[in-house]
Ligand binder design. Structure first.
Ligand SMILES: NC(=O)C1=CN([C@@H]2O[C@H](COP(=O)(O)OP(=O)(O)OC[C@H]3O[C@@H](n4cnc5c(N)ncnc54)[C@H](OP(=O)(O)O)[C@@H]3O)[C@@H](O)[C@H]2O)C=CC1
Ligand SMILES: CC(=O)N[C@@H](CCC(=O)OP(=O)(O)O)C(=O)O
Length: 314
C-alpha cells in the first residue's frame, strides 16, 4: 500500500527532518509545493485535501488555520505544533505513554505530536504516577537542557548568524521561561495527570540538537517510600515492548546531552542515592528526533498500519 503525505511547513526545521525520514520510502508518496506556493493558502488547501495524511510543521496559528482548510472526511492530521496538545478531539501522539495508546493513535483522524520537553518529562513521570509511586499531588519540578534547533529557524539564525543580539557570541547556556508559564506546562500536567502544574526550568545551550530532561524526586518523603529500584522496575515494565524507549542502568556517572542526538531514541535512567532515597530521573533524547520528527513519523507509521519504526534512526 502507498499513502500520500503532505508536509505543511516542509522547509522548516522539523519539516526537513521529517522529509529526510520519509524520502526514499516506497510506501509513501510525498506531495510537495514549490517555493512560490508553499505559503499560499489555496495551494496548501489543495495539497492537504489531496493527501491521505498531512503533517503540520508550522507555527501554532498556521497549524490551526491548516486544520480549517480540510474539507473532506479522509485526510488525517499529525500536528507537530503546540496548538492541539490539550485540545478535545485530538489524540496525544505518544504511543508508549499509556496502555492502549498505540491503538488510539492507529484509529485517530487527528493526532497531536507531544512537545520535545514533555516527551522526556512524561516518559519519566507518567508510569510512576500511574503505579502510585509518585503522588499525583506532589509539587514536581523539571529541569531541562535543549539544543538551539528547538527554537526553529529563528533561533538557529540567532545562534549561527554572524552576530548575536548586538554583537557578542551566542551564550553557552541561557535559562529562559523564567515567568514559569512555558507553553509546554499544560500538556505536562494534563498527560502526567498531576494535580498541580510542574515547575518547569528550561535552559537552551549552544549546541544544535539534543536534550537532557531531569526530574529530581525526594522518594523518602513519599507515603509509600519507593526505592530507586522500584521506580526503575516500573519504568522497565512500562516500556518493555518498546523498540524506541529504553531504560538504561541508573549507575551512570555522567549523562551527555549528545547521548541520543541525531537519533529517534528516548533513553531513561533512575539515578540517585539509594541510602537517602533521593532520585534524579533523567531522560535523553533529540528535540528533533523523538521530540518532533521521529515522533511524527512513528505516529504516521502506526496510523498507516506500517512498522512503527520504519524510517526511524534507532
Ligand atoms: N524545532 C523543534 O525542535 C521542534 C519544533 N516543534 C514544533 O514544530 C512546528 C515547526 O517548528 P520548527 O520546524 O522548529 O519551526 P521553523 O520556524 O523552523 O519552521 C516553520 C516553517 O513553517 C513555515 N511557515 C510559517 N508560516 C506558514 C504559513 N502560514 N504557511 C505555510 N508555511 C508557513 C515557515 O516558513 P519560512 O521558512 O518562510 O519561515 C517555516 O518553513 C512548531 O509548531 C514547533 O513548535 C515541535 C517539536 C520540536
Ligand atoms: C530551545 C527552545 O526554545 N525550545 C522550544 C521548544 C521546542 C519544542 O519542541 O516545542 P514545541 O514542540 O512545542 O514546538 C521552546 O522552549 O519554546
Amino acid at each position: 500500500m502507498t499513502i500520500t503525505v503532505f508536509i505543511d511547513g516542509a522547509e522548516g526545521t522539523t519539516g526537513l527532518e521529517i522529509r529526510d525520514r520519509l524520502s526514499g520510502r516506497h510506501d509513501i508518496q510525498l506531495l510537495t509545493l514549490d517555493e512560490q506556493k508553499r505559503k499560499q493558502v489555496a495551494a496548501r488547501a489543495e495539497a492537504i485535501n489531496a493527501s491521505d495524511f498531512v503533517i503540520l510543521c508550522l507555527p501554532d496559528d498556521a497549524a490551526r488555520e491548516a486544520v480549517t482548510l480540510i474539507d473532506n472526511a479522509h485526510t488525517r492530521v499529525i500536528d507537530a505544533s503546540t496548538a492541539h496538545r490539550v485540545a478535545d478531539g485530538w489524540t496525544y501522539g505518544f504511543p508508549e505513554l499509556e496502555p492502549g495508546q498505540t491503538a488510539a493513535v492507529a484509529e485517530a483522524m487527528r493526532v497531536s505530536n507531544p512537545g520535545c520537553y514533555p516527551t522526556g518529562f512524561l516518559a519519566l513521570v507518567r508510569p510512576l504516577v500511574r503505579a502510585g509511586l509518585v503522588p499525583a499531588d506532589w509539587p514536581i519540578t523539571v529541569n531541562a537542557i535543549s539544543g538551539y534547533s528547538g527554537g526553529g529557524k529563528s533561533m538557529i539564525a540567532e545562534y549561527e548568524g554572524p552576530k548575536v543580539q548586538g554583537g557578542g557570541p551566542a551564550p553557552a547556556a541561557r535559562a529562559y521561561a523564567l515567568g514559569l508559564a512555558h507553553k509546554h506546562v499544560p500538556e505536562m500536567q494534563k498527560h502526567a495527570r498531576l494535580e498541580h502544574p510542574p515547575i518547569f526550568a528550561p535552559t537552551v545551550v549552544n549546541i544544535y540538537r539534543g536534550m537532557i530532561v531531569e526530574v529530581p524526586l525526594p522518594l523518602h518523603l513519599f507515603v509509600r517510600r519507593p526505592t530507586l529500584l522500584a521506580c526503575e522496575t516500573a519504568l522497565r515494565e512500562a516500556y518493555k515492548d518498546s523498540p524506541i524507549v529504553t531504560v538504561a542502568p541508573g549507575d551512570a556517572t555522567t549523562v551527555d546531552i549528545g547521548d541520543d542526538a541525531a537519533t529517534d531514541r528516548l533513553t531513561l535512567r533512575v539515578c540517585g542515592n539509594p541510602e537517602t532515597g533521593q532520585a534524579r530521573l533523567i531522560a535523553t533524547l533529540d528535540n528533533l528526533g523523538k521530540g518532533a520528527a521521529g515522533a511524527a513519523v512513528q505516529s504516521l507509521n502506526i496510523m498507516a498500519g506500517f512498522d512503527q519504526t520504519a524510517g526511524l534512526v534507532l
